[in-house]
Design a protein around this ligand. Structure first.
Ligand code: SAH
Length: 470
């Protein structure tokens, strides 16, 4: 180790910054966030520092640096663009045994500034010891995604309960086990998901019987429409922490590959009309796994609450008293719209957008066709391909022009994505002729004209876009 990493208490102490430019302003802000009183020595100040001076947030000594300025300072930072001045600052601080940092000049520093992830009271500081500040910064970005913004809340929650836990569990080893269980279990997960009330209740229950079996948790996680890049950070973290992953057919293989390697994977192969595992049985699997104390991720295509039967699964969990959370995902309509150049609304074409299921109930498609066949509206059909003949016929019968443009987005957001456009009247023939395969989304409305216009201008650059003429 070339440096000793320490966390310095500089609250209400005088810290000296030499230099009045943007770099100095950045250093001032960091020191202020740790509670320092700042003195800036510089002939001139940049606008940001000037504003701070006017607001009375810093003391400004308006002249060049003098070696006596370092007197009484807790730390000194030199951030001028003049090497001679920086050298002088370093020498003066060193002579007075005051820690000094000269920006971008490790040779003149007695301490270096790390990259910081601030989840106060939790702090993560990273340094490459001056070898590669960019490497440290990139590592910081990675850690930022793992240590979500709610970790500060988590740390505060734990801090407030330390005394209480010490009273309840006097033996240090038992106490350590208890905290490990809390931090790796549903209480922490609920806190990170913003479910404060439930976390508090569950914490009290855990504290009342700290020796009981570990509690399980079911996370209903939206996996998005197919492209793994569209996963949320929370989805990815949960997938990597899961004991068991219960997934549908809609979840793409590259997404499953991101789950923790030794997590048990259960395929419940749900597909419209072909439930290889009936919904009731899926509900029971989730309840049973969580009751065993497992961290269960219920991975669903798109968003769990958009035609995903997430509500039914939660009903079952609530009945069984199992803690749960829901992590939203990008639903097929949004993914297909973005990747297929199909804006769902547009000032000139559509002021509303409706998501509808085309999956037939036993008594056929019972939809409010009049409400769907409105002008200036985009209608998105999920599971609509099987019923495409009915959809085309009924929308036309209820007033939509037969020439209304429509788009079929097959395997949206994946490398196999295909966008086929046709008129509403042509749709059934086009579906048959193009041998459209699931999953496919059907988007109907004037906005589809934009796709065609853009495709005609960028022809050759969008190999997946096909114009079908019946
Ligand atoms: N919960 C999912 C929808 C489940 S219903 C979501 O929010 O996206 C299943 C239907 O979604 C499919 O029949 C298809 O119409 C649509 N769908 C899902 N993923 C799709 C994809 N990658 N491309 C096109 N349509 C998709």
């Amino acid at each position: 180790m070339n440096h000793l990493p320490i966390f310095l208490d500089i609250r209400a102490t005088r810290c000296l910054v030499v230099g009045g430019g943007d770099v100095a302003a950045r250093k001032v802000r960091i020191l202020q966030s740790a509670g320092a009183r700042i003195v800036v020595v510089a002939p001139d100040l940049c606008p940001a520092l000037n504003a701070q001076k006017t607001a009375g947030e810093i003391t400004h000594i308006a002249r060049g640096f003098d070696a006596t300025d370092v007197a009484g300072a807790r730390i000194v930072i030199a951030a001028t663009n003049r090497k001679a001045v920086n050298t002088l600052v370093s020498a003066a601080a060193t002579a007075a045994h005051i820690p000094v940092n000269v920006v971008d000049n490790p040779g003149l520093c007695s301490f270096i500034m790390p990259s910081i992830i601030d989840r106060s009271p939790l702090l993560i500081a990273i340094s490459s010891g001056g070898a590669s500040p960019i490497l440290a910064r990139l590592l910081r970005v990675r850690l930022e995604t793992i240590v979500g913004s709610a970790y500060g809340q988590l740390a505060t929650f734990m801090a407030r309960r330390r005394t209480l836990v010490r009273q309840h569990i006097p033996a240090p080893t038992n106490r350590r086990h208890f905290w490990e269980r809390i931090l790796q279990g549903p209480v922490a997960e609920l806190l990170l998901g913003g479910r404060m009330e439930e976390a508090r209740t569950l914490f009290s229950q855990e504290l009342a019987k700290p020796e009981g079996p570990a509690r399980g948790l079911v996370s209903l996680v939206g996996a998005g429409p197919g492209d793994p890049d569209l996963l949320t950070l929370r989805a990815l973290r949960l997938m990597q922490e899961a004991d068991v992953v219960v997934y549908d057919r809609l979840v793409a293989a590259p997404i499953l590959a991101l789950c923790r390697r030794d997590a048990q994977q259960i395929d419940v192969g749900k597909n419209a009309g072909h439930h290889s595992v009936p919904q009731k049985a899926i509900n029971q699997i989730l309840v049973d796994l969580a009751a065993e104390g497992q961290r269960v991720v219920r991975l669903k295509g798109g968003d769990p609450f958009v035609f995903g039967r997430g509500g039914e699964e939660i009903d079952a969990l609530v009945d069984a008293g199992i803690p749960f959370q829901v992590v939203p995902g990008i639903t097929a309509a949004l993914g297909c719209a973005a990747y297929g150049d199909l804006p769902l609304t547009h000032r000139d074409y559509a002021q509303s957008c409706v998501f509808v299921t085309g999956h037939c109930q036993k008594d056929g498609l019972a939809l409010n066709w009049t409400a769907l066949a409105q002008p200036h509206q985009t209608v998105v059909f999920y599971m609509g391909v099987t019923a495409v003949t009915t959809i085309s016929r009924e929308l036309i019968a209820h007033g939509l022009p037969a020439t209304t443009p429509a788009a079929l987005v097959e395997h949206g957001t994946t490398p196999e994505q295909r966008v086929i456009t046709a008129t509403l009247a042509e749709l059934p023939q086009v579906v048959a002729r193009e041998a459209v395969s699931p999953p496919t989304l059907l988007i109907i409305g004037e906005v589809v004209r934009l796709h065609d216009r853009w495709a005609s201008r960028t022809r050759g650059q969008s190999p997946t876009a096909l114009r079908a003429t019946a």
